[in-house]
Design a binder for this molecule. Sequence first.
Ligand code: ATP
Ligand code: MG
Length: 576
Amino acid sequence: MKLSKMHLKTLREVPTEAEIPSHILLLRAGMIRKLVSGVYGFMHLGWRSIQKIENIVREEMDAAGGQEIHMSAVQPAELWQESGRWYAYGPELWRLQDRSGRDFCLGPTHEEIFTDIARNDINSYRQLPVNLYQIQFKYRDEARPRFGLMRSREFIMKDAYSFDKDQEGLDQSYQDMYDAYARVFTRCGLTFRAVEADSGAIGGSNSHEFEALSEVGESEIAYCEKCDMAATVERALCVDAKPQDDIEALPLEEVHTPQTKTIDEVAAFLGLETSQTMKALLFVTYDKEGRENGYVAAFVRGDRELNMTKLINALDIPEHAIEFADEEKMSAATGCVGGFTGPVGLHDCTIVVDSELLGQKNLCAGACKEDYHLKNVNYGRDYEGDIVADIKVLAEGDPCPVCGAPVKYARGIEVGQVFKLGTKYSEAMGAVYKDENMQDKPIVMGCYGIGVTRTLAAVVEQNHDENGIIWPMSVAPYHVMITVMKPNDEVQASVAEDIYKNLTRAGVEVLLDDRKERPGVKFKDADLLGIPIRITVGRGAADGIVEYKLRREADKVEISVAESIASAIDTVNREK
Ligand code: ATP
Ligand code: MG
């Protein structure tokens, strides 16, 4: 492709709405174009890279036994009502109606559609196992679309669904997908880590996320250097502090603690460690019609943080059905007092207690009375929980839940996730098969997603410098950029053309910058676009010499035209 003919618009300035390198560079390189918040179009170079990623995904899915199909993004509400997710998915589900008022949504994911295919088409164990997948646009009305392709409202996902006879079959299908994902992300040039994950709105028991490691990632990962424990912080189990069985429970004591609303303030005032206190977090919950239907008080030790995902799982409600409470309103209903709430004296709300608190003695808690706390609060004697569960965050430095070594934190971009769904959807929607004894059994399912557009952003995030993108060969829009210093110079033009033709004939994808621009402009664009191999045709052309440089390296070499062609073909074939 000749740049003089290509529709390309690069930007010198950093677009104001872009904060992170991948977003800035993809916009500046003219690869993506914003339409409205969270909705992007792909220009020629961007779309080529997307297709490269899609093809890597396709090859690995096919190699793992997947069969590609293509379902519509438009989904009837009835299927979502059957699975219960028309409500549970909440405001992220992009809903619409047709002219006669029938409800639909734009698919954020396709479990219902694929389960529907399975229940219609599969009736015998002889048809199992099977793995169906598709690559298409998905829609999620994200609360905070941001970072360009990283969190958008329209994005490309590869979603696959496996159907098995039993758990053993699912375990195998899951492992096959896990391995395929590792190959996909390796081929895309990503440094990544597979970590244990919560299964969120998708459901099921077992799940892993594939995280491209990056400081700008929105996922927080807890991992251990001593053993191989790695999990999202949402998911990571936390070891309870040792029960204080040897400590005697002291009598409950009310103490005056004026203006000590925070844990730090009250601990300092009473001369306690924050770990000798407990803190309350107050929430209101909503029913399916969106009406308030109750209050929740969650308690963790004063030095811990509440883990919202664990709390939601313990309550068994969707994420959108809970919010921080308006303290005044909650106070009237439950007796809580802002800044002075403890479990003693609370009423008419669901009390969720972190499991660790059961073994901790003589804690300080709010007295549910302005300016007062209680000392020596003990579980069982003074209060009880309606629910007791691990609802705390595994913090950096806490003991690893597997081996006890101090846990470390890292950040990642979630580029893929795999789930063992089990029979959640097949039971809700009646997807059964007949086994060898003609008995009806629910199909055992797994589902597997890769964010194709987010993967593109993650690749840029991990592969750039201050001048632009540094594409790995496998996902580069083109392999080689030939820059002609003076396109009007006949020798230069013909040498460039010669290299262009030879490389193209060898299957190398070449951009020829033959624009009548100053060399400075061309070099800036070449750095920005990040094509892996750059061949510069300048004055040396008369002697058959060109400059050869890899985008990822600082050094350039002067070599003969023939050598540059051979070298480029060799590098492309090795790395693509
Ligand atoms: P997140 O936690 O980031 O919101 P998710 O866990 O809800 O993502 P999944 O349902 O697991 O997402 O979807 C599969 C994959 O689709 C994700 O691993 C991610 O790569 C991609 N993806 C999900 N939401 C978005 C989005 N808003 N924009 C771009 N890609 C997305
Ligand atoms: Mg996910």
